[in-house]
Design a protein around this ligand. Structure first.
Ligand code: HEM
Length: 152
């Protein structure tokens, strides 16, 4: 396993993260980006997963939001790799989601993850259960960073 210094507790990852999983996710995300409906399908799934989620996006321009998420997922992957650019992006987004700003309850991240994993499963033409596990492991540190900083 590759050691990374990203400043979060490694035990928050769902399973040990290695560079093979990063590569699986990088390639899977590349295939997902070739599907023009990827982000629209994600948000359709996420917004219908709970009225609490829909309420938060009531006044949001969703086409712009899809573009934001495109870059933000890339930051989440780079964060898991321990890259500074990923850390900067995740820190900025986590601050925006904290109680004082967007006030996104930590419990809503499970819905976010589930909507994303389902969308990947449906649209990645080379999806396997191993790819799904890799996505879960790679996103875990970034999600933990958001929820750990909710109260700041
Ligand atoms: C780790 C998962 C998530 C990532 C990577 C992410 C990413 C982002 C980013 C980068 C922004 C723009 C922030 C800014 O203005 O600087 C944003 C906005 C937002 N996010 Fe998230 N988000 C995540 C989870 C969630 C969850 C669980 C919710 C729950 C409803 C949520 C609701 C929102 C809302 C309401 C906005 C503002 C939309 C607007 O401008 O009207 N996000 N998100």
């Amino acid at each position: 396993m590759v050691q990374r210094d990203v400043g979060y507790a490694p035990e928050v990852t769902a399973e040990p993260l290695d560079s093979a999983q990063i590569a699986l996710v990088d390639h899977s995300y590349g295939r997902c980006l070739l599907r023009p409906t990827f982000f629209a399908e994600f948000y359709e799934r996420f917004l219908t997963s709970s009225p609490a989620v829909a309420a938060k996006f009531r006044d949001t321009e969703m086409v712009r939001q899809q573009q934001i998420l495109r870059e933000s997922i890339a930051h989440m992957i780079l964060f898991a790799e321990g890259k500074a650019i990923g850390r900067v992006g995740v820190e900025r987004a986590a601050r925006a989601h904290s109680r004082k700003h967007l006030d996104i309850q930590p419990s809503l991240y499970e819905l976010w993850l589930s909507a994303l994993l389902t969308t990947v499963e449906r649209l990645d033409v080379e999806y396997t259960p191993e790819v799904g596990r890799a996505w879960r492991a790679v996103l875990a540190p970034g999600i933990a960073f958001f929820t750990d900083h909710y109260r700041e």
